[in-house]
Design a protein around this ligand. Structure first.
Ligand code: BES
Ligand code: ZN
Length: 660
């Protein structure tokens, strides 16, 4: 039945109604299904995998029957037409002894020109009806089937289209030095399928070869193959080759091309960006890069990927950072001239273990990527800036978690640790919840067994699941197995009490631990003063604060029961020089206060920020607030800048503004 799902409009309808039925059944999400239970006791060997129903609901690929072993992407970057042209070769292993006669791959608004199965000239294939929001499955017939364990080769000629959501193309006018065009990809969560046909699920890992032709320098999520032997000028530019020998899920496929130069920021690291921004980017990162790596390697184990580099993207980038292997992609807002936003790099680097080496098996278990990563990021922060930094960052995170829980509602599905994603676009479920609730779960386990013991579990966990994907039930089993056999009776007793069901499925805020408030007390004390109308501020109030302490102060003011008056809000912005700051994190936090206060004088600054930054963390709350205060201006600003934003950002803002 699974093979046929969605291949007709009736099938699509059926799929939708099943989702609705499942989503409204409370028992479904409360306890693991028999197959989940079975899975939690199985290794993830291919043969076992074949006997299970695929556990990722956000792919249409039949990856329980076929498994991508290697992917070769041969693309020419055509800047004039704003598309990638070429072919993708997938090597797929047959997983079943039932001789599966069909391979189903994910595609989304792709132009597929031909498909060759093992060099045969008359392969039968068809792009089926779209199933929102997952795209159109590409079905390829394997007339005789092949024996279990055999590998077939699919050579697919393909071009991206104008509707490709995974690529952001920029004309000369939109880039830093206005001399060259630019393109970058963003595949997480389910956008790889808009660039090439694939099994677009984090449950499948493949090695990759990239053969990319471009007139401009290229970076990708593979190790560059030395250019003297391979790079040659040809039609449409130079050939850039990369190899990724560690198997990675499709969402970590990445490339970018533009006027890029590099500068060294560490032993194994360079930063790449436009020549006009290179020195500032180098200065921002060079102090911390090697320190981050050293701490992370000590906490987990050796870095497995060879190089760790950072690409600083144009300002439209929707995220703070994206952990593409070999090259983390980062927003230029981290280049704030004060080295105060480099925690983003500690975070993306941590993904080299949590997420990239050990991946969540589906977006329902996304907390395994982001919760672990947030935990490692905070451990790195503590090792470099002192223990209270861990709690300091956790306090900032708690505020983000509270904000999302109140936005979604405390009993909303998206506030659970394991989120039911059937029929859901992972983009819609995205929030701080997997980060912070995930962090609090890991941190709770850490405190439960004790730091010294937990630190022994960290490398064990990452070694056990390296190069594999797992779900929450497998995590649970790995944790319990480790501490049941640890030889410590007290710990054994403690772990028997863990309320797994509650932690996995209870919506809303998790239990709040006691935080060490050493770094926040002075920020909160200053906020208290602002509660009094007659408080006369001076620049020296925040002299001793670092930027994150100023942020904590601003967040406390955001939370005041009643807003500041427009005048006092303005006084805050000018006295503390926040309205003129280069730090977008601070500026956007202040603008939320100004909007709430109805300070019209800041509207033009707010509109300017919305027109020049694409990072969703900043622009979505600002649009939501502006919409409450001046809907016309919010809608107009969005309409004027819509082409500046990547398509997912555009979609999310449109939803926030009620335009969709
Ligand atoms: N992997 C995420 C970004 C992401 C998540 C992209 C889901 C698409 C879908 C990345 O590691 C991340 O978490 N970035 C944060 C950094 C922050 C937590 C330090 C961001 O973008 O703000
Ligand atoms: Zn992350």
């Amino acid at each position: 039945m699974r093979d046929k799902r969605g291949f007709t409009p009736a099938g699509a309808f059926l799929l939708k109604s099943i989702h609705i039925a499942i989503r409204s059944s409370p028992s479904f999400s409360q306890s693991p299904s028999p197959s989940q239970l079975r899975r939690s006791f199985s290794a993830s060997a291919s043969s076992l995998r074949a006997s299970m129903a695929p556990r990722d609901p956000n792919t249409l690929a039949n990856y329980g029957e076929w498994l991508t072993k290697h992917t070769t992407a041969n693309f020419k970057i055509n800047f004039e037409e704003q598309r990638l042209e070429g072919s993708v070769v997938l090597e797929l292993e047959s997983l079943t002894d039932r001789l599966s006669r069909e391979i189903v791959l994910d595609t989304n608004h792709l132009s597929v020109q031909s498909v060759k199965l093992d060099d045969s000239s008359d392969s039968k294939w068809a792009l089926k009806y779209r199933i929102e929001p997952y795209g159109a499955p590409l079905s390829i017939s394997v007339p005789e089937g092949v024996a279990q364990g055999r590998v077939v080769k699919l050579d697919i000629a393909v071009e991206t289209t104008k509707d490709c959501a995974g690529l952001q193309w920029m004309t000369l006018a939109q880039t830093g030095n206005k001399k060259h065009p630019y393109v970058y990809s963003q595949c997480q969560a389910i956008l790889a399928r808009s660039i090439f046909p694939c099994q677009d699920t984090p449950d499948v890992k493949s090695t990759f070869t990239f053969n990319i032709t471009s007139p401009l320098p290229v970076v990708a999520s593979g190790v560059p193959v030395p250019s003297d032997s391979t790079s040659k000028d040809g039609e449409g530019g130079k050939l850039f080759r990369f190899e990724q020998k560690v198997p990675i899920p499709s969402y970590l496929f990445a490339l970018a091309s533009g006027d890029l130069e590099t500068a060294r920021i560490g032993k194994r690291s360079v930063v790449a960006t436009g020549p006009e921004a290179l020195q500032a980017a180098k200065w921002e990162l060079e102090d911390d890069m090697d320190k981050f790596l050293a701490v992370a390697e000590k906490l987990v184990f050796d870095y497995q990927w060879g190089e760790y580099n950072v690409l600083v993207l144009p300002p439209s980038f929707a995220y703070g950072g994206m952990e593409n292997p070999i090259f983390t992609f980062a927003t230029p807002t981290i280049i704030s001239g004060d080295r105060q936003n480099v925690d983003v790099i500690a975070h993306e680097l941590s993904h080299s273990w949590s997420g990239n080496l050990v991946s969540c098996a589906s977006w329902e278990h996304f907390w395994l990527n982001e919760g672990w990563t947030t935990y490692l990021e905070r451990r790195i922060g503590a090792a470099i800036h002192g223990e209270p930094q861990f709690d300091f960052s956790a306090i900032i995170g708690w505020k983000a978690l509270e904000d999302f829980v109140s936005l979604f509602g405390a009993d909303n599905e998206f506030t659970k640790l394991i989120i039911n994603h059937k029929g859901v676009d992972p983009e819609d479920a995205f929030s701080s919840v997997p980060y912070e609730k995930g962090f609090h779960f890991i941190y709770y386990l850490d405190r439960l067994v004790g730091r010294e013991n937990f630190d022994k579990f960290i490398p064990h966990y990452f070694k056990t699941w390296a190069r594999k994907s797992l779900d929450s039930f497998e995590f649970k089993k790995t944790f319990l197995d480790f501490f049941e056999n640890y030889g410590n009776a007290e710990i054994k007793e403690k772990i028997a009490q863990i309320p797994w069901e509650d932690r996995f499925y209870k919506p809303g805020l998790p239990p709040k631990p006691e935080f060490n408030t050493a770094y926040v007390d002075s920020c909160l004390a200053l906020a208290e003063k602002w509660k009094h109308e007659d408080y006369k501020p001076s620049a020296s109030d925040i002299e001793s604060f670092n930027a994150n302490q100023t942020l904590v102060f601003l967040q406390a003011v955001q939370n005041f029961a009643s807003p500041l008056s427009a005048e006092r809000s303005h006084l805050l912005g000018t006295t503390y020089s926040i309205s003129s700051s280069k730090n977008v994190e601070l500026k956007s936090a202040y603008y939320l206060i100004a909007l709430r206060a109805g300070d019209k004088k800041e509207l033009s600054g707010i509109v300017d920020l919305l027109a020049s930054v694409g990072r969703m963390k900043f622009v979505r709350p600002l649009y939501r607030k502006l919409n409450e205060i001046d809907r016309d201006l919010a809608v107009r600003t969005f309409q004027e800048n819509r082409d500046f934003y990547p398509s997912t950002t555009k979609g999310q803002i449109a939803k926030d503004l009620g335009l969709k």
